[in-house]
Design a protein around this ligand. Sequence first.
Ligand SMILES: [Zn+2]
Length: 510
Amino acid sequence: MQTVLTNAQIYGADGRVRRGHVTIDGDRIGDVITNRAGAGDEGPAPVKGATVVDMKAAFLFPGFVDTHIHLTSLALKSLRCDLAPARSAGELYDLLRAYARIEDGPNVVGVDWDESRWSDRTFPTRTELDAIDERRPVMARRICGHMGVVNSVLLSKISDHPGFVDAETGLLREHAIWEAGRLVDPGPERLAAGMEDAIRGLHKLGITAIHDIVEPTRLEGYLEGVSSSSAPLRIDILLHVDPDDIGPYREMCEAHDAAFLRLAGVKCFLDGSLGGRTAALSVPYGDEDTTGTLLIPGDRADHIARGTIEQGLVCAMHAIGDRAIDQALDIMEPFSGDSPLFRIEHCEMVREDHFPMLEKAPVVLALQPNFVRNWAFRGGLYESRIGRERLHRCNPFRSFAAAGFDVIFGSDGMPPGPLYGLKGATEHPVVSERLTPVQAVDRYTRIPNLVGPHRREAGIIEPGRLADLVVLGANPAEGAGEEAEVRAVYVGGERVYSADERPGAPGGAA
Ligand SMILES: [Zn+2]
């Protein structure tokens, strides 16, 4: 079965766009025929039975890869109260109270509040959550996932986490809030039921592949959801698990078609978040006398790294603060090689003296330009946490590119969407750290498909590669962001999304 996409503006591996057509044979790209600039395209002589789709000069790009996401959070979204619209703790309580009235499940769970957008940045409290429901567990988790507030019922079930639990206010951080999350988990059936919608939501954003951080307790429902979903997505799982315990989870993943789902690595958290003031810094925060927290002792972290690599998996280390990046560099010190054995997730507060060590390390940097767009502007959350001087050294995208580091982009789900995120790279507040639009696009498309454990035959529109494609209304390689509207998406040659099903519409049925 052949599909021909005619009259397309095709993005090439050199960053240029050329008019022409692409044939898709099965799950692969067949021919890519480009004309001289500006010329029309009649397409090839029609093959009998082929589907011909006139792209009407729409832009054809390799499908986007979100290299750091939490699909389970998206899948559970409809089961939880969305606290993102709240503009104060009072509004948060209102949302949660209204939700508690209609939610008859065993728990009341709200997610994604962000006090950095509030004029009064006072956190919610346990006693106020008790007033909403004192019978059922109530949790209100901050957008970063590293901090949240719980009511008294839920607090009484949390085990001892010295330094991470404030019993008075009900504020939990890191291990403690993760435990609360497990206690209010809706279970594998409800997770599985939400997966297909979550995947279709990603297609709409042009995403054809993800690197996903998954909790082992959720893996069963996750895999069930993926196999029962009719929406294909390429998934590399980074499991948040001790490598000593990975055996059974590995088997569960291996039961799936590796062209679509594979276990790529182990995720560990060296520190927390800037929003939660748990990212580990060498110099105290600007707005509180703390330097955050390293979450894993040195020898334990070495053990995780060694265990992961011995099993042929990539070790993905969450490190935001410069002190956590110091630790990541210590962990990687004994390792070398051409293919990356490690990833650093976020790597935001990198210092000049980290560069020579990063250059030697077999590492990929998995960064989130959308964080820059969300919080790293004048007067934003990051400036109040670490001050302008340190802020301006954060996320030095251009310096990373100049040093030749392998950098890939993802969203951490805040929000997902490469067309939103890439503006954080091209409009970085420090002009000298801005990437060109082509550099930004490549870190969402070509580069994630080339690096180490994540290598796939996608990411470039050329013969023989996987036909994972996105059709766009404008050209992000010339600076278009969200206005470049996603018109259609193909995964393995199958059209999985179309903005307009009308016959003859770009990306619509022929
Ligand atoms: Zn994350």
